[in-house]
Design a binder for this molecule. Sequence first.
Ligand code: CO
Length: 149
Amino acid sequence: MKILSTLLLGLFGAGHAQAANNCTIALKGDDAMKFDLKEVTVSASCPTITVQLSHPGKMPAAAMGHNVVIAATKDMDAITRDGIKAGLPNNYVNKADPRVIASTKVIGGGEKTSANFPGKKLIAGGDYTFFCSFPGHSMLMKGKLVVTK
Ligand code: CO
């Protein structure tokens, strides 16, 4: 038993070390208006952070579209309001909004998309949220983006 627990500790330790240098935010958003994760950790030292979104549902983008927007938590509500004005043709994001750190296009069921941004746009320990800016979705479709050094 002693050996087994030492092995398990070793495995968990390795997992944490990997998470500390994670450079990918991989999310699924479905027809139930949910992301599969509530929290993602990335490193501000990543030269490039990749945001990957897939929609395993069946509903079209106009009805159940999802995107991923990365921003400071305090900016989420204002970004979402301005995104509604921008509309679906602009992926519910005001392209000129400097508060938007990164955003993907809006996709529907069966689709995938991705976006990249430099890790240096994030500050380790900052308060960030990932969310969907489709009208009404950010109430449920949001999670904490933890940023390490
Ligand atoms: Co959505």
